[in-house]
Design a protein around this ligand. Structure first.
Ligand code: HEC
Length: 129
């Protein structure tokens, strides 16, 4: 009986270790850099640090990639840029991005008040508000 529980415990540990590995792999954004020419430098810098890890065209995060790939931002037409700017404004001002679950693991990726203001001010200007 004792042996069995040791075997079970070992199995559990192995599964646990492996599953936490794959979580790490799928949620840690790769460190990548991008310069988004059609955005002001200060906005581009924030996006690079806080958003680009998920929102890039090679991202393993499919939902994020499909919604928005910041390395393709410069290629968007004006209408598309405006509609994406609107979404960025909304998600950032409501504190929806970066996602809460992600911030629990990487609290340093949270936007500071200052960064929120830079993005919201920029978006308001773009949207003529
Ligand atoms: C941990 C990965 C991750 C990070 C970091 C992240 N996002 Fe997202 N983002 C997602 C995912 C996944 C979706 C699509 C599903 C959803 O809406 O939750 C998304 C969707 C969006 C959308 C589409 C609108 C919407 O509500 O679905 C916008 C706009 C957006 N993100 C902006 C940003 C901005 C701006 C940042 C940086 C401040 C950022 N994201 C950081 C994962 C991320």
């Amino acid at each position: 009986m004792k042996k069995l529980s040791i075997v079970l415990l070992t199995c559990f540990l192995i599964v646990f270790i492996f599953s936490s590995f794959s979580i790490e792999k799928s949620t840690i954004p790769q460190e990548k850099t991008v310069e988004i020419k059609s955005l002001p430098t200060e906005v581009s810098k924030i996006i690079e640090q806080k958003c680009f890890g998920c929102h890039n065209s090679e991202s393993r995060n499919e939902d994020a990639r499909e919604e928005l790939s910041f390395d393709k931002w410069d290629d968007l037409n004006m209408l598309k840029k405006l509609s994406k700017t609107k979404e960025v404004h909304q998600t950032v001002s409501e504190g929806k991005m970066p996602p809460k679950r992600f911030l629990e693991r990487f609290p340093d990726r949270k936007l500071t008040e200052e960064e929120v203001k830079v993005i919201v001010d920029w978006a308001n200007k773009e949207l003529g508000k």
